[in-house]
Design a binder for this molecule. Structure first.
Ligand code: FE
Length: 233
């Protein structure tokens, strides 16, 4: 398997390229609009053909490249049910996305947003903003729900084997990867906090709104192809 972790410095977003050596089919997970040329060049240089884009959720902090990539490569855009209406396939818990011999299993992990999904590929899980390295996504917009996120992380993600490698959609401190075992032991919001304590933490973060939220959310519901501010904004 070909695996690359790519980074967008402006939004601190990780994009993942997963390719299959036999069929040369490839997937981009959470691609960023401003990085389309970088990503397509890498796909080309590695002799791959982009067949799927998997978004983990409708992002608020950057615009997805899914729509542009679909126009350029005719790939299939996949997202969680209730998220981007423009997706070719809306997946729910228990679904699978097959890319040649690779199977991405869909895990519903709502709470950061109500459409958030994680994709499990063997011993790797792409968690979007549900579970980050020593952190988790915020829960104060886009139908976020701290209790729901606690349940998604502790019942769905922490049920995976400890050795499962966790690849998040963002990092702000220089980490690149973690594992389920590491997060169960060391995640500061989860390792020693019960559900009520977690909800209390999340309800008292008082974070500023993401700079791009008014542009990014409507754009991402259209796969990044309507990246203009809403009327009157
Ligand atoms: Fe997000």
């Amino acid at each position: 398997m070909i695996f690359r972790q790519l980074f967008d410095a402006e939004s601190s977003t990780y994009t993942y390229l997963v390719g299959e050596e036999g069929t040369r089919q490839a997937v981009l997970i959470d691609p960023v609009l401003e990085q389309v040329e970088r990503d397509l060049r890498l796909v080309d240089e590695l002799g791959l053909v982009l067949t799927h884009v998997l978004d983990t959720h409708v992002h608020a902090d950057h615009v997805t490249a899914s729509g542009v990539l679909r126009e350029r490569t005719h790939c299939t855009v996949v997202g969680g049910v209730g998220g981007a209406a423009c997706a070719n396939v809306q997946v729910r818990h228990g679904d699978s996305v097959r890319v040649g011999p690779l199977t991405f299993q869909v895990l519903a992990t709502p709470g950061h947003t109500d459409d958030s999904v994680s994709y499990l590929l063997g011993d790797r899980v792409f968690t979007g903003d549900a579970l980050l390295v020593r952190g988790n996504g915020r829960t104060d917009f886009q139908n976020g729900d701290a209790g729901q996120l606690y349940d998604s992380i502790t019942r769905v993600l922490f049920a995976l084997p400890d050795a499962t490698r966790v690849y998040p959609a963002h990092d702000y401190k220089g980490h690149t990867v973690t594992s389920i075992g590491e997060e169960t032991r060391h995640n500061p919001r989860l390792a020693h906090a019960d559900r009520e304590a977690f909800i209390h933490i999340m309800e008292n973060l008082h974070l500023p709104q993401p700079k791009k939220i008014d542009i990014a959310v409507p754009a991402n519901r259209a796969c990044g192809r309507a990246a203009s501010p809403p009327q009157g904004a």
